[in-house]
Design a protein around this ligand. Structure first.
Ligand code: SAM
Ligand code: FES
Length: 357
């Protein structure tokens, strides 16, 4: 019986590696039988990724510039109703000094991430984006500021932003509604992603693995959704509970399922820029290395000032909140070298190589 399963799973993985697409039921079969075929999946994922990106691992300098948030996502440690969160904002000078330090350390992409903070109007953000671009014209700017209007995304694009990360969180409307309060809408989230694409951003979507109420069917549908959306980046990481949220008692996502989803995403979207996330490194000390070996090719070390890092606590026990950026990057270089890959000084843009002849 065991043998028969292995044959079906490896045939499906071969098909995925060749055609880069499966039906939802086929994905579901693999997810359910992942224990027997994960090594084979990772081998294929790594092969595909090396054909496009070689052994290079791209780094993005993450600047967590505000933890104020008007939203109240049930899972998130910086949700507005968490009265225990100590709120902070970085100003333009703080942000530019993070970039300076990051540039010297070899970063060529800066990711400005924050809660949905109304203090940061288009005018303020446009000025910051323009200033970063003026000082570092060879760098890419990624924004991750949540849901904004088409006009706002347009102004930020015109100011010089290149990429935008907006995890859709789940491709299922009913699941979305279990993770978010009533005033937040699944349709608006998806509409924002469509607007970002229309405006010519390199777009990143994504979801948490093992979030409350998520089923294996939901995960299979994530792959169908991503194939259709065809983003340039996908950010996935395990759900990790935060002690001051309603989900504090929920189970965290697992390493094996997160790695398996990374492998499936790599084969479904071969050219994807795929981070091994901090959340994965948080639930397993070797999580990021394992992520790279499952098909990921991006890391997002923290460039935020050490004084604020513990305040951007999305989930419990987040790693790398005590170290200086220089220490973090040194540690990561060693970790990545040990896997046979290498961190490069590069903007790390999406490559359009087509593997289907
Ligand atoms: N406000 C922006 C947005 O909503 O896109 C960016 C910041 S938001 C905190 C970044 C991501 O953190 C979310 O998309 C979510 O997937 C992730 N996140 C939040 N709480 C988490 C948790 N408890 N465990 C794992 N990831 C979490
Ligand atoms: Fe801030 Fe979800 S709590 S965007």
């Amino acid at each position: 019986m065991q043998k028969q399963h292995t044959a079906i799973s490896s045939n499906l993985i071969d098909k995925l590696a060749k055609e880069h697409s499966l039906t939802a039921n086929e994905y579901l079969y693999l997810i359910k039988n992942r224990a027997e075929c994960s090594e084979y999946l990772f081998k294929n994922a790594v092969d595909v990724r090396e054909k496009i990106y070689g052994k290079d691992v791209y780094i993005r300098g993450l600047i967590e510039f505000t933890n104020y948030c008007k939203n109240d996502c049930l899972y998130c440690g910086i949700r507005r109703s968490n009265k225990c969160a100590q709120r902070y904002r970085l100003n333009k000078e703080d942000i530019l000094s993070c970039c300076k330090q990051g540039y010297e350390l070899g970063f060529r992409t800066f990711v400005m991430q924050g809660g949905e903070d109304m203090f940061f109007t288009d005018e303020i953000l446009v000025d910051i984006v323009k200033s970063i671009k003026a000082k570092y014209p060879d760098c890419a700017i990624t924004l991750s500021l949540g849901e904004r209007s088409f006009e706002s995304y347009k102004a930020l694009k015109e100011a010089g932003a290149d990429r935008y990360l907006l995890r859709h969180e789940t491709a299922s409307k009913s699941h979305y509604e279990k993770l978010h309060p009533k005033e937040m809408s699944f349709e608006n989230r998806i509409n924002c992603l469509e607007n970002l694409k229309k405006l010519g951003y390199q777009v990143g979507a994504g979801f948490m693995v093992g979030s409350p109420f998520q089923t294996e069917e939901d995960l299979a549908n994530e792959l169908i959704f991503l194939k259709k959306l065809n983003p340039q980046m996908v950010g996935i990481g395990p759900f990790v509970p935060h002690k001051d949220t309603l989900f504090k008692e929920e189970k965290q996502g697992t390493v094996d399922l997160t790695l398996f989803m990374l492998g499936l995403i790599r084969l479904t979207l071969p050219n994807i820029l795929l981070p091994a996330t901090t959340a994965l490194g948080t639930i397993d000390p070797l999580g990021r290395e394992k992520g790279i070996k499952a098909g990921a090719n991006v890391l997002m070390p923290n460039l935020s000032p050490v004084s604020v890092r513990k305040k951007y606590m999305l989930y419990d026990n987040k790693i790398c909140t005590g170290d200086e950026a220089a220490q973090c990057i040194e540690c990561l270089k060693q970790r990545i070298n040990s896997t046979g890959y290498k961190i490069v000084v590069d903007r790390g843009d999406y490559k359009e190589i087509n593997l289907i002849k």
